[in-house]
Design a protein. Structure first.
Length: 239
């Protein structure tokens, strides 16, 4: 999981506006600045809890931080530091929820994060880390739809994830993260596409990665099934 640094504390808006007056467009109110700065503190505490294995405590801190970060992005949508902060906070919260098997919450947080990750990837096309995170989220959302037999909904998610993964693999063919991201996308797409070439590509890549040992644990069962190399079942005990 990506470990993000919290942004610097926001500066107090000046001059302070009267309580009844709205802040100028694109400027946070003093109350919003105060809330944002508390969100930075909460996010940092959430990271510490998550790193210590306290996912419930981490999620509580992230959920406390998110409303103020959302407001900051709504107020200043072109402030990429804050967009990055929101994307990472949603991603971290999703990981903490997932560790507690709160799958519906994880998927909701992932879905909310996607447009922010897209914006970051568009702004920094050479940032492979953000690109791979977005690709991974898209593939997982595709998997969730495929489980519900929503192939039409899953297919464009896989397609977008595969495009991102191909770019990362083209940049660094030896990167196991990028290779496994591409493989997972191809495995998913092979189940949503009527084109036999989709399964053929997934199978070819799975064979190569099984051979060189680069398949990760999450992809291994599907790779074994595609290539017919699943481990044989253990024999029944003698009677």
């Amino acid at each position: 999981m990506l470990t993000a640094s919290a942004p610097a504390f926001a500066q107090e808006a000046a001059p302070a506006q009267p309580a009844a007056a709205p802040a100028p467009a694109g400027q946070m109110t003093p109350d919003q600045v105060t809330a944002f700065n508390k969100a930075v503190t909460d996010f940092t505490a959430g990271q510490a809890a998550q790193q210590a294995g306290d996912n419930a405590g981490a999620l509580a801190k992230y959920e406390a931080a998110l409303p103020a970060i959302r407001v900051a992005v709504q107020t200043q949508p072109d402030n990429m530091d804050n967009v990055n902060f929101l994307a990472n906070a949603l991603y971290a919260a999703a990981a903490a929820a997932g560790a507690q098997q709160q799958i519906d919450k994880t998927l909701t947080l992932y879905e909310e994060s996607v447009p922010h990750w897209r914006k970051l990837v568009a702004a920094k096309p050479t940032d492979a880390t953000s690109r791979n995170i977005l690709g991974g989220i898209l593939v997982q959302l595709g998997n969730a739809k495929l489980i519900k037999q929503d192939k039409a909904g899953a297919d464009p998610l896989y397609a977008e994830g595969i495009t991102l993964a191909r770019k990362s693999v083209a940049e660094n063919a030896a990167d196991p993260i990028a290779k496994n991201l591409l493989l997972s996308g191809l495995i998913g797409a092979s189940q949503t596409s009527a084109d036999p070439k989709a399964k053929e590509e997934a199978t070819t890549m799975a064979k190569a990665m099984m051979a060189d040992g680069s398949v990760d644990a999450s992809n291994k069962p599907a790779a074994q099934a595609l290539t017919g190399t699943a481990a044989p079942a253990a024999p029944a005990p003698a009677q």
